[in-house]
Design a binder for this molecule. Structure first.
Ligand SMILES: [Zn+2]
Length: 570
């Protein structure tokens, strides 16, 4: 039995995510986790919320809540939505957990012992009115280059010039609007990533099976310009992991916290400790420490392409630099972006479908099927309502749903609600089984390789093969002259329903449950042997006719949703 550790990039705590975020990491990670479990492998599938940093503080202030309360509430909301989409995390943790606090401090301490931490004195803007240092993007002012009045402290959106907050004319705080700002000296810890360059390069070079997209991003950051830069791991904030070492305040770092980019990936590991402490499993180190049983673990990470640099360089620098035997990632599956109906999803303009809204209008399977079968793998992809309607109506309602409905209703009317006996396979059945065997083996290959779109295409072809068989065999005609043969055809088709439930379960888990319940079986064994899998439901086995498996989307509904989610135009 193979062992798979699977993590999805952790969503930021601030706000509800849109469908593009969902298909960029959590959903394909869930597909892979469900597939590996269905094949009988041991899986630990983890995700969390990313809770630290200024945006969380500001969102909490806006909501009039203490930041810890705000994060707890948002975590619970995101957790419920994840359940709604049937994301089968073994644990959905929190980067603000005590486990992550301790582990982040541990890593910083080990990196310091290894000589990989240095102290840097910087000048940063302090706002008297806000009583705090301001991160660059919370300072705005007039661009010295083009005169644009709302240039941010890190970049001017008008002329794209990279800026320092001190470059701005008339700088002001975006939090309070105050111009009472002062440049102050502050000290921070930096991770000496530049010293890790060769180690990281040889690790990246050893990943011959990684997609070019992933390794080229890593190599660019490693080598472009002056190469990989040292990076600050602390901030002057209240909300975060306090900068401590071995249980004491880090000298000179009083009142500071670790920078969110440093503590967030460490949460992947801390999450497994949370999982154990929540009583959901045991021996978390077996998944993460190569000296404690993690040698045979395959670790796969899922993420959007913007997260690749952190996962190929920054987090590995933390792990390799610690000098401890932690498990490194084996494979990174990254995604391009999903666009929305001719533009981008926009939170501020309410443009596009957000995860909570999606579940209000249709069950999870509809979204899962469309998103996964159109996953932005080789390039960006686009959600349109026409395409969504067509895909749901054709693939789910016409091909899969209709097959189930025709077979079960015909059987009920001619043979009753049990699997009929009699008849024997002929050439048509032999040919069908051969085609299914070829296609199922191809499906397994694509799923193992995490080729999401190809997997969906193959699964659809497997559904189509059953429909074509039914169309050609035409048991409703055969029944009039040869009821024994019609019984054999329907027996095969009923078994196909169970087979479809099993094969489709990683994509549409609710449909799997519905179909298995209708077939009154709990046998969800994988069809390693296709002929045997088509004989699981024996003559005399009772079943029920399920309610409509998938409803079609009417034109009027499509138009209504199109209108509702168009957002406010600028
Ligand atoms: Zn400018």
């Amino acid at each position: 039995m193979a062992r798979h550790l699977i993590t999805s990039a952790i969503p930021y705590i601030n706000g509800i995510k849109h469908l593009g975020n969902l298909v960029g990491s959590q959903l394909p990670a869930d597909l892979f986790a469900r597939y590996q479990r269905a094949r009988g492998n041991e899986v630990l599938f983890l995700c969390s919320t990313d809770e630290h940093g200024t945006p969380a503080e500001l969102a909490a202030a806006k909501a009039g809540q203490p930041v810890a309360d705000y994060c707890a509430e948002m975590h619970s909301i995101q957790s419920k939505i994840a359940d709604g989409f049937r994301l089968s995390f073994d644990h959905f943790g929190r980067s603000s957990s005590p486990q992550n606090h301790a582990l982040t401090q541990h890593f910083a301490g080990r990196l310091d012992d290894a000589g990989l931490i240095r102290e840097v004195s910087e000048k940063q803007m302090y706002s008297h009115a806000d009583g705090r240092f301001l991160p660059d993007r919370y300072i705005e002012g007039t661009c010295p280059n083009c005169g644009f009045e709302d240039a941010r402290g890190d970049q001017c959106d008008n002329c794209t010039k990279q800026l320092d907050p001190t470059d701005l004319i008339n700088p002001r705080s975006t939090i309070s609007g105050s111009t009472d700002l002062e440049e102050r000296e502050t000290k921070h810890l930096f991770l000496c990533q530049s010293q890790m360059r060769e180690k990281l390069q040889s690790w990246i070079d050893s990943k011959a099976d990684w997609p070019i997209l992933t390794t080229s991003i890593a190599n660019k950051w490693l080598n472009d310009g002056d190469g990989l830069q040292d990076r600050g791991i602390t901030r002057d904030l209240d909300w975060g992991v306090p900068v401590m070492k071995d249980g004491d305040v880090w000298p000179g770092m009083e009142g500071k916290v670790f920078y969110v980019w440093f503590d967030a990936p460490i949460e992947y590991i801390a999450c497994s400790q949370e999982w154990e402490e929540a009583g959901k499993g045991s021996d978390w180190q077996r998944w993460w420490r190569t000296d404690k049983g993690a040698d045979d673990v395959t670790y796969t990470q899922f993420m959007g392409k913007d997260n690749v640099p952190f996962h190929t360089l920054s987090f590995p620098a933390t792990i390799l630099g610690s000098g401890e035997p932690w498990k490194l990632v084996d494979y990174i599956k990254s995604f391009n972006y999903l666009n929305y109906d001719g533009g981008q999803f926009s939170t501020s303009r309410g443009r596009g479908v957000f995860m909570d809204q999606a579940l209000e209008i249709l069950p999870a399977d509809y979204w899962r099927w469309w998103l996964l079968s159109h996953a932005p793998e080789s390039s960006d992809s686009e959600f349109t309502w026409e395409n969504f309607q067509q895909s749901v109506n054709k693939d789910l309602a016409d091909v899969l749903g209709n097959f189930v409905s025709r077979v079960t209703k015909f059987c009920r009317s001619k043979f009753g609600e049990e699997v009929p006996a009699g008849g024997a396979y002929g050439d048509t059945e032999t040919a069908l089984i051969a085609e299914l065997t070829t296609r199922i083996r191809a499906y397994e290959g694509h799923m193992t390789a995490m080729e999401v779109r190809k997997s969906a295409q193959e699964l659809r072809a497997i559904w189509v093969a059953g429909n074509e068989y039914l169309q050609n065999a035409a048991p409703w005609s055969v029944f009039k002259t040869d009821p024994e043969t019609a019984a054999m055809q329907i027996r095969l088709a009923l078994n196909l329903i169970r087979l479809y439930a099993v094969l489709s379960s990683p994509f549409i888990p609710d449909a799997k449950d519905t179909l298995m319940a209708a077939m009154q079986t709990s046998d969800d064994s994988w069809p390693d042997d296709v002929p045997a899998a088509l004989g699981v439901l024996q003559p005399g086995h009772a079943f029920t006719v399920p309610d409509v498996t998938f409803c079609k989307i009417a034109d009027a509904e499509r138009e209504e949703w199109q209108e509702r989610f168009a957002g406010t135009r600028d």
